[in-house]
Design a protein around this ligand. Structure first.
Ligand SMILES: Cc1ncc(COP(=O)(O)O)c(C=O)c1O
Length: 381
């Protein structure tokens, strides 16, 4: 057997496994109460419409629908996204979903040792990507003598915290970006899943000259399509486009036509309205169950949208250590410390409220509360 390690690039030791995806590998999540994944509810998928949509695409576009397409995305989808976002089509690049959008930004902008600013906590998939390019991920002040390449941020209903940046915070970030001369990568897959409060301007709308805005069809249509979009200045998109040629030549063509049909017929908006109504009910249910069952000393965020809320347990209770016990009792969550680049905040956890059926939520939260109560009791005895 050759020693395979000598073949690996210098980047490989910086690759990091997603603890969330490792959980999925180990257990059948449908067999337990899982608040772990970030999956949309299958109820939101327009399955009954897919046969018609696929047939309509085959009839309308013929062989074109199965051919290679333009790297920027098929014109029909680019135009539909441009109209929806109110930007010229030249500012739209279709992506093979927003995870690719994140990675392509990292690939285009980062050298080893470059600084990426972000919030703490932040999205694990972004940490994975930035680490793999050996970037230094910083939340807060810059290290002495260093400049940041970009600030990665999820301003609407952040994964994992569920929190939303205020307008003042958005403006302050833009002002800092202009003063310190860095770009902003605005990752916004949850923006359209708002259940309360008023929408705030995107950072892209506040600073179109230095922002790349990432949108996704994953949470408003179906993640299995692997489709999203990127808005940005044409000059930056030009480099992104060249980079994407080497990644996948073009986003999935058939799926793009399906998305274009779904979007331009108005069906996406109708489906989204019922998705929002469902998730609003689920969010409210989870909040009321946490209120009912969680022991004293436990607090949580109250998100206006998205798929997650973030729970903080008393200091010293360790959700990483508690995890195996929870899993064998039949309930899963994601330890919050995975979303902090320094692994701190071991007394936190992320809970997803979109995936689980409403009828299973109460026994699931009750079980989780019992495990948390027992961990709090153990710590104080
Ligand atoms: C903040 C954030 N960005 C990006 C993604 C990736 O989504 P996709 O690649 O399906 O668009 C996720 C998925 O959960 C996410 O939470």
């Amino acid at each position: 057997m050759p020693d395979y390690r000598k073949f690996f690039s210098d980047d490989v030791p910086s690759f990091m496994r997603s603890p969330v995806r490792e959980i999925f590998r180990k257990v059948d999540l449908s067999a337990i109460y899982s608040f772990a994944g970030g999956y949309p509810s299958a109820e939101t998928f327009p399955l009954d419409r897919m046969q018609d949509l696929a047939g309509a695409v085959a009839r309308k576009y013929g062989a074109k629908a199965l051919q290679y397409g333009a790297t920027q995305g098929v014109p029909e989808l680019r135009e539909a996204v441009a109209a929806r976002c109110g930007v010229p089509v030249g500012n739209v690049q279709i992506t093979t979903s927003s995870q690719q959008g994140i990675d392509v930004c990292a690939r285009v902008f980062l050298n080893p040792g470059d600084v990426v600013l972000t919030t703490s906590p932040t999205y694990l998939g972004a940490i994975q990507s930035f680490r793999s390019y050996r970037a230094e991920i910083v939340s807060g002040e810059l290290p002495e003598g260093k400049k940041a390449k970009f600030f990665y941020v999820i301003p609407d209903f952040c994964n994992p915290s569920g929190e939303t940046m205020s307008l003042a915070e958005r403006e302050a970030l833009v002002e800092r970006a202009r003063r310190e001369d860095f770009l902003i990568v605005e990752d916004s897959p949850y923006r359209e899943l708002r259940y309360s409060g008023e929408p705030l301007p995107t950072i892209y709308s506040l600073a179109p000259e230095r922002t790349l805005h990432l949108g996704s069809f994953s949470k408003i249509f179906a993640p299995g399509l692997r489709l999203g979009w990127m808005l940005g200045p044409e000059e930056l998109l030009e480099q992104i486009y060249v980079c994407k040629q080497a990644l996948d030549l073009c986003p999935p063509v058939f799926d793009q036509y399906v998305a274009a049909e779904f979007l331009s017929s108005g069906e996406l908006d109708r489906n989204l309205a019922s998705t929002v109504a469902l998730y609003r009910r689920k969010r409210d249910l989870m909040l009321s169950l946490l209120e009912k069952y969680m022991p004293e000393g436990v607090s949580w965020t109250h998100p206006d949208g998205g798929l997650f809320l973030f729970v903080t347990l008393p200091e010293g209770v360790d959700t990483v250590a508690m995890y195996d016990e929870a899993l064998s009792a039949g309930v899963a969550y994601v330890a919050g410390s995975f979303f902090f680049t320094d692994g701190s905040h071991r007394n936190t956890m992320r809970l997803n409220f979109s995936f689980m059926d409403e009828g299973r939520m109460e026994p699931g939260i009750e079980l989780l509360s019992r495990i948390i109560s027992s961990a709090i009791w153990k710590k104080s005895h």
